[in-house]
Design a protein around this ligand. Structure first.
Ligand code: DLL
Length: 434
């Protein structure tokens, strides 16, 4: 089933024509309304009118997250604040936040795109949709919420957390669709088992999982343990929130809503465009967003694109599941964390050396973060109880600043391997490829 057959199954020529018309309007709006874009275009010697075809898009310089941070909070807004009806922010913590705005049209378009996703997973207005993504500045909860209402389903706006209550509500309200991160879904399945509830025997039939990398083996586990079909949903706050791309019944890549976004894949080192099938960094240009348009925004997500036809009838290009990042951002239980943020905390603590390693693993279904930190020889020869105290102090600082739990271990001076090039700060032992 297609929610918007006219746009989702458009033939390529018509789609490209539509993209170009919308691109021109976006460029005019950005150039006219946002000094940042005007400066950027002027510096490149470009005017919106110089973009005479979709191929000309490559003349425009890329946009990066740092530029969003530099313009915090509202510097990239293309509409007056009176027309902005909602704000969201990326899930990064202090210092890393980027703010995005939505006009009423933006909210309407977003709801339509989520309704498309839910339809492609087989949901209808008869469904009872439990939205267990976090509500708030994070786009997950409210994004899914409005889309589920647009579809006409019944929304349970439970937000994240309080797992026993999630299971109770799922059971009592007879939820048929569950929206949350894949790791939280697996955690729910475990918790249900402990409560003596077998989710397979409940009416739940569809999982709408995203916001973090996951794997085919996680899909298989979720489907088996919950008796559902689990589908991938992708998006990022800077570009929209959830609903930039979603899987269809074929579960063979995520259709990118190309009537709203132009995707590109580039070499993260050289910035050169790459052909279909070659892994690279995903770049998006928004075509309809009014409040915070993006032009050639580098997501840092690594994937491949394909324009091969899909069995479902949608003509939009597909991306493979995201299988890496071109920066070192980690997503720990849904919270975006940069190693540099951990480093900032360590350097504030006396006796700690700037040599550290972050080891991320998955125990059962939960992400576990171990931080190994070198200490000065004087500290290392101190009593065990003082070392333990210091470990607790660092862990508390990490929890307070970054909202993630980490196990901290102090290690001997010079025991962490030194690198000759870039330091390898992160060892990610979670196997997300399987
Ligand atoms: O995570 C939006 C979202 C909410 C998507 C709910 C899906 C469901 P941010 O907090 O800005 O927005 O984080 C965006 O999360 O650049 C990816 O690295 C990662 N990500 C999002 N969806 C997926 C996915 C939301 N399906 C960043 N698979 C993105 C892998 C994902 N990674």
């Amino acid at each position: 089933m297609l929610y918007d057959e006219k746009h989702e199954a458009m033939n390529r020529d018509d789609l490209e024509q539509l993209q170009f018309t919308r691109l021109q309007a976006t460029l005019e709006r950005a150039y006219g309304g946002v000094p940042f874009f005007r400066k950027k275009f002027d510096a490149a010697g470009l005017k919106p009118g110089d973009i005479k075809s979709l191929a000309d898009l490559t003349k425009i310089p890329y946009m990066v997250k740092q530029e969003m941070r530099d313009n915090y909070p509202f510097g990239l807004f293309a509409t007056p604040m009176d027309d902005v009806v909602r704000l969201h922010a990326s899930s990064g913590t202090t210092g890393q936040v980027t703010v995005v705005g939505y006009t009423q049209n933006d909210i309407d378009n977003w709801a339509d795109l989520i309704a498309r996703c839910l339809t492609s997973y087989g949901a209808t207005k008869h469904d009872m949709i439990q939205v267990a993504y976090g509500y708030g500045l994070f786009t997950g909860g409210l994004g899914l919420h409005y889309g589920a209402e647009r579809l006409g389903g019944t929304v349970i706006p439970i937000s994240g957390g309080n797992t026993r209550r999630q299971i109770q509500v799922m059971q009592d309200f007879k939820a048929t669709v569950l929206c949350c991160t894949p790791s939280y879904a697996l955690h729910m399945a475990e918790a249900a088992g402990e409560m003596g509830v077998d989710i397979r025997n409940l009416p739940l039939k569809i999982g709408v999982f995203g916001a973090e990398p996951w794997s085919e083996s996680m899909r298989a586990q979720a489907e088996e343990k919950m008796g559902i079909d689990a589908y991938d949903i992708y998006g990022l706050s800077e570009v929209l929130g959830p609903g930039v791309a979603c899987e269809c019944e074929a579960k063979d890549g995520l259709h990118i809503f190309e009537d709203h976004f132009i995707p590109e894949i580039i070499d993260p080192e050289s910035g050169e465009p790459l052909p279909d099938g070659t892994p690279g960094e995903l770049v998006f240009t928004s075509l309809l967003k009014e409040a915070t348009p993006v032009i050639r925004y580098r997501t840092r997500d690594i994937t491949t694109l394909t324009h091969e036809p899909c069995a479902c009838g949608r003509t939009h290009a597909r991306m493979a599941r995201v299988f890496g990042r071109s920066d070192d951002m980690l997503i720990i239980r849904g919270v975006n964390v940069f190693p540099s943020q951990i480093e900032d905390i360590l350097v504030r603590i006396e006796g700690v050396e700037p040599h550290y390693q972050i080891i991320v693993d998955r125990e059962g279904v939960m992400d576990v973060v171990n931080v190994q930190v070198e200490v000065s020889p004087e500290i290392f020869s101190d009593e065990i109880k003082n070392l333990e105290k210091l470990e607790r102090k660092i862990a508390a600082a990490i929890r307070e600043d970054l909202a993630i739990g980490a196990k901290v271990k102090l290690v001997e001076p010079k025991s962490i391997q030194r690198s000759e090039g870039k330091a390898k700060r992160v060892i990610d032992q979670r196997d997300l490829q399987k």
